[in-house]
Design a protein around this ligand. Structure first.
Ligand SMILES: C[S@@+](CC[C@H](N)C(=O)[O-])C[C@H]1O[C@@H](n2cnc3c(N)ncnc32)[C@H](O)[C@@H]1O
Length: 289
């Protein structure tokens, strides 16, 4: 892998450590639950940037694809079923119908998870070895490729990923296929209010859910309620962009208050909720600016 990528993640890792998160992190790393300790190790290994040779090859191939998309001069016209920007103030009806939008592929690609957070997903999947993963919000397929690559390296498991915009999903299809990951990731097209129920049915019991689509607090809670009965007894829900807006923060706090959620780990950008009947309730916070 190019040094720049590793330097980038190592820089973030140093920032995390500097912020005095040490004691909380140690509690996570030494947690009696193997799941929680594995999430802690996944974060530590993400920060170190260390990868085995085959992991490095896969990650580099995904990052090359990201660079290609970032340099693309193409544009896509699509219906955006999301919240737009934090201040866009779209109504529930507008989000349900979708807003007609035209954007360059390079701009769309900037909403993909950064190498650091995408690698964190990869590391969690390598460590937890989920059999069934579900992603809300495929976009161009970058985070899906990281998750599918981890499943490929695990040698088992599959990812179903959902995207509302057909033409964006088509590019994601090229991403997944070009990286040789079609056997591990299936892309489904449709707004979540139409497509999520069937995807949950196909993916149940879901071991690992990554929610990175609709950045609206009410929608996030609605999809969580819908997904909960399909989650495996011991499973993980990763919520992206929990600090994106007040609304998303409030929704994340509500997830933390939900009695069915055993442990939450607040990483500022991302929130990890652990579902497990055997664990006592606990909330960890490792937040940086
Ligand atoms: C932030 S991007 C996902 C980035 C992707 N996970 C990655 O890191 O590579 C969010 C995607 O979710 C899709 N999306 C947002 N709201 C949606 C909804 N209600 N139904 C279906 N797709 C939606 C958008 O079209 C967009 O492509």
């Amino acid at each position: 892998m190019k040094l720049t990528f590793r330097q980038g993640v190592a820089g973030l890792y140093r920032r995390l450590r500097r912020l005095g998160n040490g004691p909380t992190w140690r509690k996570i790393l030494r947690h009696p639950s193997p799941q929680i300790a594995a999430i802690g190790r996944a974060l530590r290994e993400t920060g170190s940037g260390r990868l085995e040779a085959e992991e490095r090859r896969r990650v580099q191939a995904i990052e090359d694809r990201r660079q290609f998309l970032l340099q693309s001069s193409a544009a896509v016209t699509f219906l955006d079923y999301g919240a737009g920007s934090p201040g866009a103030g779209r109504t529930a009806a507008q989000m349900r119908e979708g807003a007609a939008t035209t954007l360059p592929v390079s701009t769309i690609c900037r909403s993909s998870k950064s190498p650091f957070w995408a690698l964190f997903l990869f590391r969690m999947i390598r460590a937890l070895e989920p059999l069934s993963c579900l992603e809300l919000g495929t976009c161009l397929g970058i985070s899906a490729a990281y998750q599918a690559a981890a499943l490929a390296l695990n040698g088992r498991g599959r990812l179903i990923t959902i995207e509302g915009a057909r033409d964006i999903a088509a590019i994601a299809g090229e991403t997944v296929q070009g990286l040789g990951l079609s056997g591990f990731a299936q892309i489904r097209i449709g707004p979540f209010h139409e497509s999520l129920a069937a995807a949950l049915e196909a993916a149940k019991p879901v071991d690992f859910l990554f929610n990175d689509g609709h950045h609206d607090g009410k929608a996030l809670l609605r999809y969580f309620q819908l997904a909960f009965p399909y989650m495996a007894e011991e499973s993980i829900v990763v919520f992206d962009d929990i600090s994106w807006s007040r609304d998303m923060r409030a929704a994340w706090r509500e997830i933390g208050r939900d009695k069915r959620v055993a442990v939450t780990i607040d990483l500022g950008v991302i929130g990890v909720a652990v579902l497990s009947k055997g664990l006592s309730r606990q909330a960890f916070s490792l937040v940086w600016p």
